[in-house]
Ligand binder design. Sequence first.
Ligand code: SF4
Ligand code: SF4
Length: 378
Amino acid sequence: MKRSSVAITACKTYDRQELYAAIGKAFEAAGLTDVSDKRILLKPNILSDAVPEKNITTHPEVLRAVIRYLVSKGAASILVGDSPGIQGSFFVPKNSKIAEVCEQEHVPWIDFAKDPVFTVIPFTFGRRLPLPKILDSVDLIISVAKMKTHQLMYMTGSVKNLFGMVPGLHKSPCHMMYPTREAFARLIAGLYVAVKPSFAILDAVVSMEGAGPASGLPHHTGLIMASSDCTALDVAQSIVMGYDPMTIPITKELHERRLTAWRKPTDIEYPLLHANDLIIEDYQRIKIQRKTRMLSALIGPVFTKFIKLRHQRKEPKPIFDRTLCIGCNRCVKICPGKALVLDEQHKIVVDYRSCIRCYCCHEVCPAHAITIEQKESE
Ligand code: SF4
Ligand code: SF4
């Protein structure tokens, strides 16, 4: 069996020349397959389409460097797509400058919400989710992810980035159906199998720490990482962030289902820099919470309400600051628990009895009016 390897190289800034050199080096060392005459879909992490300086999205210059590298290697056509949670059809990522890069590099932006194909997702008891029609007509899918903390899943990287394949507001009901971390990790593992990404590249030049994936702080990590094994790249990312890789629910789920080419994280090879030499001890991580009971995780899709009520007592609460709330309604729109309303003053009101602690509200709030309760790990 081919051994998993992760190529990690230094890249201190988003300067174009530095990025081209780093990305080319990472692609070569990670052993990108022959892309000549291939039709390739790139999936950046756009989340809430914020400006690049907010550090929420894959940096547009990283995307540009990836496009140019693939063109130089003879790719027949390149397409770029994503579908942020709050967006509907006809979304174009202007703020993040992803649309600008697509236009300048003459690659089409793909609207994932247009004519999606309902597809059975493995490990979900036959549940069907809409996935982009384009998946059936591309030769390779490359996850172009961003290194960030994530309130629910502790970190988001190459595999979690695939959740953006599910169009817009189709995503939030998934949290209701798979309300625990373990159940949600099972859904993401199923998506990983359904989507079959061929390669991943990680923007870790400036990463996000603290209250990720949308309200955290920048951390200059100065790295580009690449792998033909997204699960191995997630392991490397978690090590650099200071986590034990097997405490990351998605990695654990993929490993337990034998969907990883590696048997132990130590089996992964590093042809350039080694993840163990890059551990950032003071990275502001999301605290690992106690695992939801096995029975709860397994029966989640069937007894959602029962799980929700048990689950909510253990997990940190989202806290709403009404003085910062600008009444935009985004959190109300995305909340799968229907726990939020705006009052007559256009300020947010929460009913914690209906809150399943999915933190979708926290991801979409543009006013930093939502924080997550700090709880010690258990
Ligand atoms: S209030 Fe926030 S954390 Fe609670 S269910 Fe709604 S979106 Fe999820
Ligand atoms: S997303 Fe933030 S600003 Fe908008 S209504 Fe909710 S709490 Fe208020």
